[in-house]
Design a protein around this ligand. Sequence first.
Ligand SMILES: [Fe+2]
Length: 468
Amino acid sequence: MNENVTVLVVDDEDYIRDSVKIILETEGFHVICTDNGKEALDILSAHYVDIVLSDIQMPEMDGITLLKEVKNRFKDVEILLVTGYPSLDSAVESVKIGAFDYITKPFKVDDFVNKIQKALDSKKLKRQVLELKQIVSIYDSSNFFSKTLNHDEILSQLQSVIKNELKISSFYIKLFTRQIEKAHNFDEDFKNFLNDKFSYKRSLITFSENESKIGHYKKNDQDINYIILPMFGTKGLWGIFAAYNKGAHTFRDIDVNVLNIYVSQCSMALQNSLSYEDLSKGYAETITSLSKAVDAKDHYTRGHSENVKNYSLMIVDEMKFNEEFRNLMFYAGLLHDIGKIGVPIDIIIKPGKLTDYEYGEMKKHSIFGKEILEPIEFLGDVPQYVLYHHEKINGTGYPYGLVKDEIPLGARILQVSDSFDAMTTDRSYRPRMKITEAVQELDDCTGTQFDPEIVKAFKSALKGDGII
Ligand SMILES: [Fe+2]
């Protein structure tokens, strides 16, 4: 039952090393021996060891120093110190700084084996606690996955859990159908090997039974144990996940199961996020075309919606609003005049001043815009921004004469960017203003027509871009 347990025996006296080796091998343990602490650390870096059994008094590096190093660098390893009576004090001290126990020389075989068995039980218990923590973190992670549709956030979360909770030092993820791959601390040669041996076609055959591939190789004298898992989407295999640890055990069943569940969750979350991104991109393209069609009704306003979108995003970025609001303002900028579809073309392209009736018809475009956009769920508050984009903060705007904060923030931003673009481009009834004159106009109307904070941010963004 102890054949998978490796004990590293560190003692500078040959006969003790040899006798301990014989005792432990009789009990079925796998034993590695060394006569000094420094070599012990090298062995620990290259091979997985369950338990270190070290003498305290040794030349070069004593047992206490080795203990401190082991506790610092190899947290999963239990260490027992062996001591003669004269150094019992330091043995007691060693337990305080992290040794599992100490064994006094000369030792009885039964006591000796018993202490090692107890150290193994303790290690097993710690491992179970760790596994429980891993399962909890995977549960938390799946909650996180269900709340985000951003593939970068999903990959960052994956990296954090793999590294911090599952204690895996290196991983690589690659999607066959997308230009998406992420590597963390991953060996380049191994990545090339994967790209060669686990291409899409080869993986289809290799992973036909949804099995993970576990393997082992040596590099620079270090043991490297790896695992390769298929990633499945709704249309079948669409990526691979690979991970490895240096100097560690082969991945055990529990590790494989936990990883399998986690990678599947991540795969589905990635697929949802990428589908959503595709859909959003499709919408954005459709909406951009639609906004161009509206602007094209009047050649003077060609490019107007694109400009309003760009100015609005400059304000959003300057005021450091979040990504969600930024997305809404992208659409709001492009779509603010969409309601002009419902306004007669001869009013829209009329070169001179509009009559009161015509102006009344023109003013309806903000209500038409809101009605057109309202059924589109993913646009969130955009219909509201469109409805109120001609409101002014002193209450003299339309359609409702709202004041200050009654006007939604998105509409107040549109009001500034829309007016600035209108002022700085030619119209049928007047030529464009110079940029400096338009900025002066913004200043003059700040506090009456425009929100002062937004004008301030817009001017700062224009300065930052070298426009003023
Ligand atoms: Fe408008």
